[in-house]
Ligand binder design. Structure first.
Ligand code: NAI
Length: 309
């Protein structure tokens, strides 16, 4: 059964009687929501995402619920979208295409910079960060990266692992590919921005909460950063994946963000390629059938490993 409504404390009752629930990435699976689902008989949360910062795993574990995810579908989908955001913003594609459509063939305001020879800083070199780093190496960038678990293959390909301070200070482009955790929340905030080059372009395709949007807006107003390109936003749950074009935008922070000429926003479409969506559907269905047979693939399990044994 498909429910249009987002999953929250008010709507959790709709799932009563369903053993498995397949929540969306912007549903909030807090402890009270999980308690309601458990009371209604739900035993499986089959996430359609790699990220799981929207699920209170401890609460799910306490309820003996099985939580499964899609750990990797197509890292290339998100990495290529990050590169597309960077190229669009740097070469002002969003403005150039609209301008030429109006028969304005002037170049004023469209100047970008060569990526070749510039320094790209990558925060998090898991599956997506690795794919993005390789794209940037292909552009001829010097790539530096920060990750508590360095990837030896990337290091061999020429990526230099450094501390975050060095990423902030040396990068012309910074791309975020770490998960959202208490340790990475607002990683890009006032203090980090103060250490960056004033020309830096920040790309975020990870999770909105990794960037302190209000601090970035202050920095953009003061000219402390060169540009921002994001596919995720802290408060995206109330906006993204909906057509609100006939309504007045209520989110003041997003409204302000959209006024800057050097900011571009896409609405969480990094994963949205044929290949990635097919892989998400296949793995999610495999998790559900695996649950029915008592064998969810171990690499997809987030909790309740013991309950599957
Ligand atoms: P992954 O788990 O393969 O890699 C994450 C990497 O971040 C790991 O290597 C980890 O060691 C590193 N990391 C953790 N804490 C860190 C820190 N404090 N500083 C630097 N690195 C740190 O995850 P994957 O598949 O590469 O995804 C990355 C993120 O991208 C996900 O967590 C998710 O939030 C986001 N994502 C966004 C999508 C979109 O459509 N825009 C789609 C899929 C994922």
């Amino acid at each position: 059964m498909y429910f249009e409504a987002g999953l929250n404390e008010e709507t959790a009752g709709l799932a009563a009687g369903f053993v498995g629930v397949c929540p969306f990435v912007n549903d909030r699976l807090s402890a009270p929501v999980i308690a309601q689902l458990a009371a209604g008989g739900t035993r499986l949360l089959a996430l359609r995402s790699a990220g799981f910062n929207h699920v209170d795993l401890a609460a799910a574990e306490a309820q003996g619920m099985v939580v499964a995810r899609v750990p990797a579908y197509s890292p290339h989908a998100v990495a290529e979208h990050a590169a597309a955001l960077l190229l669009t913003l740097n070469r002002r594609m969003h403005r150039a295409v609209a301008r030429v459509r109006e028969h304005n063939f002037a170049l004023d305001g469209l100047m970008g910079f060569d990526l070749a020879g510039k320094t790209t800083g990558v925060v998090g070199t898991g599956a997506i960060g690795e794919a993005f780093s390789r794209i940037m190496l292909g552009f001829g960038c010097r790539v530096i990266a920060s990750d508590p678990r360095p990837n030896s293959g990337l290091a061999a390909a020429g990526v230099r692992y450094v501390g975050l301070e060095e990423v902030w200070a040396e990068s012309d482009v910074i791309s975020l590919h770490c998960p959202l955790t208490p340790g990475t929340r607002h990683l890009v905030g006032r203090e980090a921005i103060e250490r960056m080059k004033p020309s830096v372009v920040i790309v975020n395709t990870s999770r909105g909460g990794v960037v302190d949007t209000r601090a970035v807006i202050v920095a953009l107003k003061r000219g402390l950063i060169g540009g921002l390109a994001v596919d995720v936003y802290e408060e995206e749950g109330d906006l993204f994946f909906r057509d609100l074009s006939e309504q007045v935008l209520q989110d003041e922070v997003m409204a302000r963000l959209l006024t800057f000429p050097n900011v571009i926003v896409t609405a969480h479409q990094g994963f949205f390629t044929r290949e990635a969506v097919t892989a998400i559907a296949e793995t999610t269905l495999a998790n559900v059938t695996g649950f029915e047979r008592g064998r969810v693939p171990a690499e997809n399990l987030l909790s309740a490993r013991a309950h599957m044994a």
